[in-house]
Design a protein. Structure first.
Length: 164
């Protein structure tokens, strides 16, 4: 997370990734799926971010690979969570460019291969940052999954769910 920053006051619109989130070139999380520095820099240079109205978090369009972030989240979200979410969502951007189906309805959200890969990358980065099991479990709690799905997701990411 060293050097990671978020431009929290940009107006709604579409921007180069670097204009919204900077300090990603040396991210171990991104290096996990883009190990070559030149390829990583080109990927970061080409990525786009749309700052959208309304509440919510982040997601990647399966139509064009653009990372979307709600204005309220970029303005108010904890920097560490923003960073982990950017790492997670950039995993999806890479998957999109690799031709993978991001929203395969054959799977429940927490069982979807693309989600599991992105969450595992983010969890490994969270562990590298020194986050505790409890903090990671809290990070994995999202409003659209049930407690049972949350437990299944955490287990699939190697995080014990009987801690709290």
């Amino acid at each position: 997370m060293d050097g990671f920053t978020a431009a929290r006051r940009l107006p709604l619109g579409v921007y180069p990734l670097r204009d919204v989130f900077d300090g990603l070139d040396h991210s171990p999380g991104i290096a996990e799926f883009l190990p070559e520095p030149e390829g990583r820099a080109a990927f970061i240079d080409a990525a786009l971010v749309s700052i959208d109205a309304g509440r919510g978090f982040m997601w990647v369009s399966d139509e064009d690979g653009v990372l979307h972030v709600s204005k309220s989240y970029i303005e108010q979200g904890e920097l560490r969570c923003l960073y982990l979410d950017v790492v997670h969502e950039l995993t999806h951007v890479k998957q999109f460019h690799d031709g993978l189906e991001l929203f395969d309805d054959a799977y429940e959200y927490v069982d979807r291969p693309t989600e599991l890969e992105a969450y595992r990358v983010a969890v490994r980065e969270a562990l590298r940052l020194g986050m505790s099991t409890v903090e990671i479990l809290e990070y994995l709690e999202v409003p659209w999954v049930s407690p049972a799905e949350h437990a299944r997701l955490a287990a699939a990411c190697g995080i014990p769910v009987d801690v709290k």
